[in-house]
Design a protein around this ligand. Sequence first.
Ligand SMILES: Nc1ncnc2c1ncn2[C@@H]1O[C@H](COP(=O)(O)OP(=O)(O)OP(=O)(O)O)[C@@H](O)[C@H]1O
Length: 380
Amino acid sequence: MNAAGASPPATPGPPGTHTDSDAVTVADLRVHFPIRTGVLRRVTGTAHAVDGVSFTVPARSIVTIVGESGSGKTTTGRALVGLSPIASGRVSVHGRALEEIRREGSLPRLAQIVHQDPYASLNPRMTIRAMIREVISVHRTTPREKAGERVAELLAQVGLRTELADRYPHELSGGQRQRAAIARALAVEPRFIVCDEIVSALDVSIQGQIVNLLKDLRRDQDVSFLFISHDMSVVRHISDHVIVMYGGLIMESGPCDEVFSAPRHPYTHALLAAVPVPDPRAPGRPGEVRTRAEPPDPADPLPGCRFQRSCPFATEVCREGPPPPTTAAGAAGHTLACHHAGTPGVRAALSPKNPPPTNPSTEAPATEGPSPSPERTTAP
Ligand SMILES: Nc1ncnc2c1ncn2[C@@H]1O[C@H](COP(=O)(O)OP(=O)(O)OP(=O)(O)O)[C@@H](O)[C@H]1O
């Protein structure tokens, strides 16, 4: 893997447009699943899991997708490594179409995924050393006589002691297993790695170590990450850029500091204000945030804004048509999809210092709302 120097990650350009400094470009991606019901498993509908998302992952950056359960995070991440069926849209990895890379069989060389459950990628019957050697041999990333050295190098990179190489996955702790899964992914020498909730099952101190590991890899190697999480405290520490999803769509996307300090979408504000599930025995996953938003129904996507039923600012315009992606004034690369987010009254209400505005009753939605702000500009 090439050393990449310490140049800072680039700011993403307009969503879906590719530049030479982008690792991954996603344009209007849709992933739909058949919904099967009954004993005969008849197809009775379509789940719009991802319904038109566009974003870029600049080279050597960590871009995070955050959102509550069912927002489409995992489906998006899996689509980028060829594991979700793409209904429409374009995905390119380092400037080449995903389809073309898949056809020639080189997608694993470019893009890897690490799962929440490392057992999904670690063979329980192989030692860590054997597994990594197998990957090196299949992908021919290192000459056979240097494979032993390379295993040691990879283990050092992810902070695993060499003596752990001869252990089986069940003989490692959760954090060590996740490091081994990252080493296995790195053995392919990919340019891009999807990390799907990889720290969700770990203790907070181990989470911090894995977060630091990914940041070191991003700094020292020519690799970019799409990090998927429902835990805002982890997201805040790891991300260069944050994408907030709800109901299969992107609500807001921007530089991490800006999204956290000045959220511009009512859903982002609600997500930041939500209290995480503190107790591992409580329903939900540790660190998971739950807003009071009505869970979106992927089988029945709403016309207009997907967040309209839970949004305190929703008006007729939000029910009539989807908000166009707009560029927020402020830092470059900050976009949002909201009819009212630029309005001064709404901006003031969304200050992170304020509690989230109470949700209106869905029986008595407001019919008048703030007028769109003149500051918004339609994104190219
Ligand atoms: N294979 C499938 N068949 C039918 N529906 C699916 C399938 N996979 C995902 N979905 C639906 O698509 C929506 C998005 O799911 P996805 O797993 O991507 O969400 P998520 O944000 O990652 O949530 P979580 O954090 O709970 O995994 C959900 O409503 C889910 O039920």
